[in-house]
Design a protein around this ligand. Sequence first.
Ligand SMILES: Cc1cc2nc3c(=O)[nH]c(=O)nc-3n(C[C@H](O)[C@H](O)[C@H](O)COP(=O)(O)OP(=O)(O)OC[C@H]3O[C@@H](n4cnc5c(N)ncnc54)[C@H](O)[C@@H]3O)c2cc1C
Length: 296
Amino acid sequence: MTEQIYDCIIIGAGPGGLQAAIYLGRYNRNALLIDRGGGRTQHAKCIENFLTQKAISGKEIIEAGIEQAKSFNVKVEHGLVTKVLKNEFFEVYAGDKQYLSKFVIVSSGVYDNLPSIENLHKFLGTSLFTCVDCDGYKTTNKKLVIIGNSIKTVHLTFAMREMFTKDITLVLYTDKAPEEYKEELADENIPLIIGRPERIIGNEKMEALELQDGRRIECEVIMSHFGYKLNDGFLSDLNFKRDNKGFKYITAHNYESSLSGLYIVGPLNQGNDQAVIAAGEGAVAAIDIKKRLLER
Ligand SMILES: Cc1cc2nc3c(=O)[nH]c(=O)nc-3n(C[C@H](O)[C@H](O)[C@H](O)COP(=O)(O)OP(=O)(O)OC[C@H]3O[C@@H](n4cnc5c(N)ncnc54)[C@H](O)[C@@H]3O)c2cc1C
């Protein structure tokens, strides 16, 4: 029996992977999309910056995208990819199955480093946010608390003040205050608190952030700034070029990684983390793979 060799296996059904799948399906290429479920876009309760969609949830985008990909004969399988190897073909392992393909698109996204705060998940995506480009606008003229653990959080605070709201309290979850910014923060009327957030108070609406030492800071919205990690454990047997911090993957203009035939789209590469950007990158990768399949 001949083993099936896919033209392309796409790992992850976020906007990046789904857009690639739709393009490859519409080229009548033999594409398989593997997704474990969940994912960052599923947490986006109200996306307002996706062209033609005044407001749409991430879940709606994903569900519609899966249906669209299937309608162009893309095979969609539920599974957790645990390993990818490259020999004559790419070997993709999920559960007890092994799949072979000529090309791979990795679109497995990232996950937020979220602090352990009581009630955080109750407000995530509605009044607790993790991304300025996604949700900064939703803090406009609101009482905002920014929580984070680095100097970058201080930089973010000045940016938020410039663009969205003057009513900000900065809570830094660090051992010592950033002395070099104390004066500037005071000049901008931004209280700086060093402390550890414990719980969010509020039923329907957010009311306050309570710290471990019992202090309460009234707020309508929170911006959490603790960075994120990549969903890339399954790539650990392969060698890739990463950025100078050894964090994100370096890709070419077509989103091909330093490993020939393996493309990386979405926030795993050096681009921004946005649904529309991941989708655009998925389209570029799929168009490139279509050309290379024709050359083969
Ligand atoms: C609260 C919140 C609000 C947001 N708001 C916006 C917004 O307003 N506008 C905007 O543009 N973006 C927003 N985003 C960001 C956006 O949702 C995504 O981060 C972005 O679309 C990237 O898409 P992606 O395809 O790269 O990854 P994801 O959407 O993260 O999808 C990756 C997929 O890969 C799957 N996966 C991961 N590992 C594996 C594995 N080993 N095997 C199989 N499958 C795997 C995951 O389950 C998931 O389905 C928001 C994110 C959050 C968390």
